[in-house]
Design a protein around this ligand. Structure first.
Ligand code: TYD
Ligand code: MG
Length: 441
């Protein structure tokens, strides 16, 4: 196939050139010019649209297809929608291929599994280890996108799996597989064909240690749904988080356990995450939620004197900049000084907690470790901290407390502006960090 005409477009300012340049002559940024096809128009399925008052638009109802994992279906908003393109991003070795192979087996219908990462026999070996029959799974090890397209036309599968997007390339572009232009072009065309045929698709995106979806973030706005695979590689918990979803809400979470025979659903994540909790100083239970279903997690802090080195601040599962902010608030508003101490914060189980609702729990875990005094075992804590040490209201207060109650917690320390009363659990409203520290420690 003859090469098509391409242009190079600056991703920062939109400048276009017929030749590649290392530095954009327009905005001066380096390495921002990316190869694109000249005739590529806007997303091309053109149907005539209507103008109607908002109140007269009816909600579209989608047919939902099961992935075979009920917790994953729930997180997706009820299952896959025909034509839905799901990007599943995660670090190498976390279990993306394992999960998708299991989904392939459980999905009702014919599955085309395109693998550019591993050979057919490697995947077959894994399939046998997982005890899969594999009779409805067509395995196609290939990296040239145009061939994949042919096979897709010929076989007409009900589900497409692409593992991984970084290994596929289109012959219409000159750049190599994994480059921004290739990753974008191929994702774009997969999306086009899946929408046209109404088949759902999972696209694997390898993520680097630094966190960007390699071949990068550019994918996120093309696809319908982005799933983030989290967890420690050497730990057996795996968390699939919905970070974008055009067909459901975001923040939803599905928890799995990696076993010898693949991934297993964890039906009660809260029980799982606090099962190993000890009543030692520095440990606080926090009801985490970004979606609709809270999960109890254990926040751990370790504060110890930094005798010979510059004090360290390290976190696992929590933003290290947020930690610095909390340490400043602790010093200014609660007289808890850590400038000569190392401070480590860890969210047990490998889940990462990004919401500010965890502030108060993290701050109390730090104080608890510093004072070597445990926080009472039957207490959960949530609330965002403002710079003046005030405890601010957060979303889903009631759901968080209900989850704690379900697991036998007796007391919930909550923002005073959230007036929640639930039978069977005592709510303790606090308005400042200082008040919370005096109350619990
Ligand atoms: P894999 O699915 O290959 O990861 P990814 O596609 O995200 O790179 O997962 C590989 C890891 O999972 C590997 O370290 C071995 C482990 N594993 C199990 O523990 N049990 C199993 O049944 C399988 C298939 C893999
Ligand atoms: Mg893989």
């Amino acid at each position: 196939m003859a090469k098509e005409r391409v242009k190079y477009v600056c991703q920062s300012c939109g400048y276009q050139s017929v030749k590649w340049k290392g530095r954009c002559p327009s905005c001066g940024e380096w390495n921002t010019l990316v190869e694109e096809l000249v005739e590529r128009g806007a997303f091309s399925v053109r149907t005539e649209s209507r103008v109607l008052p908002l109140s007269e638009w009816e909600e579209e109802s989608f047919e939902r297809l099961s992935t075979g994992f009920s917790n994953l279906d729930l997180a997706l908003g009820g299952g896959l929608v025909p034509g839905q393109v799901v990007l599943i991003a995660g670090e190498p070795g976390i279990g993306k291929s394992t999960l998708l192979l299991q989904v392939s087996e459980r999905f009702e219908g014919k599955v085309l599994y395109v693998s550019g990462e591993e050979s057919g026999s490697q995947i077959a070996l894994r399939g046998r280890r997982l005890g899969l029959s594999g009779k409805d799974i067509l395995l196609y090890p290939e990296t040239l996108f145009e061939r994949v397209l042919e096979v897709l036309e010929r076989e007409g599968p009900d589900l497409l799996i692409v593992d991984s997007i970084q290994t596929l390339y289109s012959e219409r572009l000159e750049s190599s597989a994994g480059s921004v232009s290739q990753v974008r072009e191929v994702t774009f065309r997969i999306t086009e064909v899946c929408k046209e045929r109404g088949i759902p698709c999972f696209i694997v995106g390898q993520i680097t240690k630094e966190g960007a979806i390699a071949g990068p973030k550019v994918l996120e706005h093309i696809v319908d749904t982005v799933l983030q695979f989290e967890g420690e590689r050497f730990n057996f918990y795996r968390i699939v988080k919905v970070v974008k979803n055009r067909f459901g809400s975001t923040g939803e979470v599905a928890v799995f356990r990696m076993t010898d025979s693949g991934l297993e659903e964890v039906p009660e994540p809260s029980a799982f995450f606090i099962s190993e909790k000890v009543s030692a100083p520095g440990s606080v239970v926090f009801p985490y939620t970004e979606g609709s279903k809270p999960i109890l997690v254990e926040i751990q802090a370790l504060v110890l004197p930094a005798l010979y080195t510059t004090p360290q601040r390290r976190t696992q599962g929590f933003d290290v900049n947020r930690l610095s902010l909390l340490l400043a608030i602790l010093e200014k508003e609660a007289n808890v000084f850590t400038k000569d101490s190392d401070v480590f914060v860890n969210v047990a189980g490998g889940i990462s907690v990004r919401e500010p609702a965890a502030d108060l729990a993290v701050a109390l875990a730090i104080v608890s470790s510093k004072k070597e005094k445990p926080v009472p075992e039957d207490v959960i804590v949530f609330g965002e901290l403002g710079l003046a040490g005030e405890v601010r209201a957060v979303h889903f207060g009631e759901q968080r407390i209900m989850e704690a109650k379900r697991f036998g917690f007796k007391k919930a320390v909550i923002p005073s502006s959230q007036d929640i009363e639930i039978e069977g659990i005592e709510t303790v409203p606090v308005s400042t960090l200082k008040e919370a520290v005096e109350l619990l420690l």
